[in-house]
Design a protein around this ligand. Sequence first.
Ligand code: HEM
Length: 269
Amino acid sequence: MEEYLELWFAFFACIILTAFYILYALIVIPSGGHPFGHFIGIIGFALMLATETIYTLRKRIRWLNWLGPLRLWLSFHIFTGIVGPFLVFLHSAFLVGGLAGFAMLMTGAVVLSGFAGRYIYTAVPRTRAGVELSRDELAARANALQRELDAWAAQKPGLLDTIQSRVAATPLNPNDWLGLFARAWTDRAYNQRVHAALRGLEKSERARFGELEKLLRRHHQLERQIASLTLVHRLMGVWRLVHVPLGATLFTAAFIHVFAALWFKGLRW
Ligand code: HEM
């Protein structure tokens, strides 16, 4: 749950904003040119500007470290990167064409690519500060878990072999990018198989097997993370080539749209 906190916050913020928008639509006919339409457009655009700039500044300027963990600022980036575009979308009153429509389309593409990037980004564990764990650190954690598993194996000879033969995990392929995207599903399927395999063993030991189950799950997850480390770096590199230029294109179009709106129509409050 903690892992998805910013997504939940953004989701609830969008629900609340939708409720307000429905109230507004009951009072007047929504329009981007209406004062309230302008207002939500400006707030949404400000949030999008914050999305574009604040995380990058925090990430790239060392002396801004005092502002707190990078991961927190990425969460802020994601929150404003969802709520800002949502407000701009409401501001458009769903009637978009021309340059504003193009900017909206780009916004949708940036947000969608953001979700894909977040999914790749979270494929490797990081510290609370957002620093990615190195291969050695991951290997040290996996070894520590392996030692605990060995202790289990010493207590109950044959137990781990029986479980492993029942679980039958597919070998991890470091270049399997489809597997990386399917990891939520494959991890879940593996966990279910471990659970089923342990349930099929001695009933009297079930409470203790809960601990073993967690060990096996965590060990498998770490092995998957170690195997996919290089692939994650490669994919993030390619992904940045899409996400960042899309953001730049969107702001170019949006600035022209705002400038044209001010120049030709003026802001009628
Ligand atoms: C208006 C919408 C958005 C804009 C303009 C935008 C722009 C950017 C930019 C410019 C970067 C590069 C930061 C840097 O490395 O300096 C970035 C990174 C990133 N964005 Fe977005 N973004 C938006 C929405 C989103 C959303 C909705 C998500 C997730 C759901 C997201 C996830 C990410 C991730 C995971 C990174 C990479 C972080 C890293 O490698 O340090 N973005 N975004």
